[in-house]
Design a protein. Structure first.
Length: 284
């Protein structure tokens, strides 16, 4: 199947990044957000990212203008009717995602492919809200989307071969490296990463080492660019906590259970960089 027009549901950090790389790759891209205010913020984020790429010499001014010309912003789900591929990147809430996909299913052509950028929910459960399980898959990008090369293409037991081949080709057309993953909560990367991050919190909780020494140990001893506690602050403690809760509900294994310290920090509003304080403190 040929993809010409892409719809992106959500203009937050992930949605705006996905829309940016689609437009830069020559796709007509429709970005939908629930309100004009959120939409304006998302489009502003894309414009700032494109401007930064031009400033750094990674993108020409003409290419930036061409990408912006391919972007259409809307608050109406109906405006995604002509899309060949729709990528959902809204709040990590099962009910909200299913309701949105059900609404979209009634609007889009039967041939359109639906994808979710979820990092933890199972794709099969989302696909159940539609009449197109064979044309439904996961397309999980990583933050920041314009920079990170990996995309997880997630196949359910119902996803067709044609859909998977289309999505693999699409990911490559964005300059990404796709990996094919089975539809299990967390897929490949988060299934391995989340227990590692939670273990780092447990290590701090149990006094195995200080926050600095735990991070330094993984950076210098294992060659990680960022220690686990710094990474948690970057991702967001609240985000990681929510993902861990979903994964624990799926697997019922202790390694996916959020440790008490993580829960207490989230309850205290210490989300990491976004709130100014997590395991470390950040200036305004």
């Amino acid at each position: 199947m040929k993809v010409n027009k892409v719809g992106v549901l959500g203009a937050g950090l992930m949605g705006s990044g996905i829309a940016e790389v689609c437009a830069k790759s020559g796709y007509e891209t429709v970005v939908r957000e629930v309100s004009g205010e959120l939409l304006e913020k998302g489009i502003g984020r894309i414009a700032a990212s494109l401007a930064k790429a031009v400033e750094r010499g990674k993108l020409s001014g003409a290419a930036s203008e061409a990408a912006r010309a391919l972007l259409k912003a809307t608050t109406r789900v109906q405006d995604l009717a002509g899309c060949d591929l729709v990528i959902e990147a809204v709040v990590e809430n099962l009910g909200a995602k299913k309701a949105l996909f059900a609404e979209l299913d009634a609007v889009c052509a039967d041939s359109a492919i639906f994808c979710s950028n979820t990092s933890s929910l199972t794709i099969t459960e989302l696909a159940a809200a539609t009449r197109r399980p064979d044309r439904f898959a996961g397309l999980h990008f990583f933050n920041p989307v314009p920079v990170m090369k990996l995309v997880e293409v997630v196949r359910t037991i119902a996803t067709s071969d044609e859909t998977i081949e289309t999505l693999l080709d699409f990911a490559r057309s964005l300059g990404k490296e796709p990996v094919l993953a089975k539809d299990n909560s967390g897929f490949i990367v988060n299934r391995l990463l989340v227990p590692y991050l939670l273990d780092a919190v447990r290590a701090l909780e149990e006094g195995v080492g200080s926050r600095e020494d735990i991070d330094r140990g993984m950076e210098l001893g294992c060659g990680h660019p960022m220690g686990p506690l710094k990474l948690l602050d970057f991702v967001g403690l609240d985000t990681t906590y929510a993902i861990a809760e979903i994964m624990f509900a799926e697997y019922r294994e202790k390694r996916f259970a959020p440790p008490p310290l993580l829960k207490r920090m989230v309850l205290a509003g210490r989300y990491g960089r976004k709130s100014g304080r997590g395991f470390y403190e950040y200036g305004s």
